[in-house]
Ligand binder design. Structure first.
Ligand code: NAI
Length: 331
């Protein structure tokens, strides 16, 4: 039995993400929460002939608590997306408050659930969830994840495009590390190497495209929001990995933004490798029934990649501190 909950389920990401979760036969209950429209989304999805029972909840009558009770896995795409011409900072503050309040709901109604944070800025919203859980005495770093899978998915797709064969896209694995913003694709470790003689200029371009892939979508949507469909796909890729790991499948590895205390030994080794004292980082993580089993080292990377990692650290540190301070300053 797996109960999956989507918070922000009526949104641009929330709806296709809920649809994809409904297609996972391992999910037996799908609980949809949003401040609007969940009864309609739930009624629609409930007609799909897969095992999950679908129920929609709204805020009145303890809707959040009811949605979360008994949850095994909670995915959070609630918030406001960035829009061209609108201040990103404004969206960030709104999202910080939304995520803090939802995290409070999870900490009280489903403290043992796996929490998958999609709402941006992930580098701050993940520390926000962690700090709220600490306040409630239920913090387990092994179970809180920032979803960076869209960066991973984009890397696989763009590399396969360069290799001239999109059918490779599902098989190409590129570790993506750093933060979500502050993304560093380790293309030198791609399961499918780039063509020999791939010029540095082309490598710069490809790296930049993976780092700023979101901008392509924001621009093409021309005011209608940011990535939703590809994000829903990526979110469910990651959620399904968690569900498979919980069911006992071994050796599942995925890059994700985690608190490095989730694996003391691996976390400390990574900090040493990075030469910093960051509390959070996005790195390939092995998943198991209790969440994080181990955090992987970066391993052999090129000078170019090492430079990108180094450059990402100060902003990452600031983002993390912002999240921690935000909760500290909240009553
Ligand atoms: P959207 O505006 O279409 O949907 C957001 C949904 O959240 C809406 O249905 C809204 O009613 C709901 N919501 C707002 N306040 C809520 C609350 N307190 N409780 C429950 N639900 C609430 O936005 P979209 O495009 O789905 O994006 C959602 C978030 O995902 C944004 O923060 C965006 O920046 C982020 N995102 C993250 C990515 C990643 O790679 N991690 C990629 C793309 C977007």
């Amino acid at each position: 039995m797996v109960k999956a909950v989507v918070l922000g389920a009526a949104g641009g990401i929330g709806q296709p993400l809920s649809l994809l979760l409904k297609t996972n036969p391992l999910v037996t209950e799908l609980s949809l929460y949003d401040i609007v429209n969940t009864p309609g989304v739930a009624a629609d999805l409930s007609h799909i002939s897969t095992p999950a029972k679908v129920v929609g909840y709204l805020p009145p009558d303890d809707g959040l608590k009811k949605a979360l009770t008994g949850a095994d896995i909670v995915v959070i795409p609630a918030g406001v997306p960035r829009k061209p011409g609108k201040s990103i900072l404004n969206a960030q503050v709104i999202n910080a408050g939304i995520v803090r309040d939802l995290a409070t709901g999870i900490a009280t109604a489903a403290p043992k659930a796996f929490v998958l944070v999609i709402s941006n800025p992930v580098n701050s919203t993940v520390p926000i969830v962690a700090e709220v859980f600490k306040k409630h005495g239920v913090f387990d770093p092994k179970k809180i994840f920032g979803v960076t899978t869209l960066d991973v998915v984009r890397a696989s797709t763009f590399v396969s495009e360069i290799l001239g064969d999109l059918s490779l896209a599902p098989k190409v694995v590129v570790p993506v590390v750093g933060g979500h913003s502050g993304i560093v694709p380790l293309l030198s470790q791609s399961s499918h190497p780039l063509p020999s003689g791939f010029a540095q200029e082309s490598l710069d371009k490809l790296t930049n495209r993976i780092q700023f892939g979101g901008d392509e979508v924001v621009k093409a949507k021309d005011g209608a929001g940011s990535a939703t469909l590809s994000m829903a796909y990526a979110g469910v890729e990651f959620a399904n990995k968690i569900i498979r790991a919980v069911k006992g499948e071994k050796g599942i590895i995925a890059p994700t933004f985690v608190n490095l205390a989730a694996d003391k030994e691996g976390g400390e080794a990574l900090k040493k490798e990075l030469g910093t004292d960051l509390d959070y980082f996005s790195a390939p993580v092995e998943l198991g029934p209790e969440g994080v089993v181990s955090i992987k080292a970066l391993g052999k990377i090129t000078d170019f990649e090492a430079g990108l990692v180094k450059a990402a650290i100060p902003e990452l540190q600031t983002n993390i501190e912002k999240g921690v301070t935000f909760v500290g300053a909240s009553k």
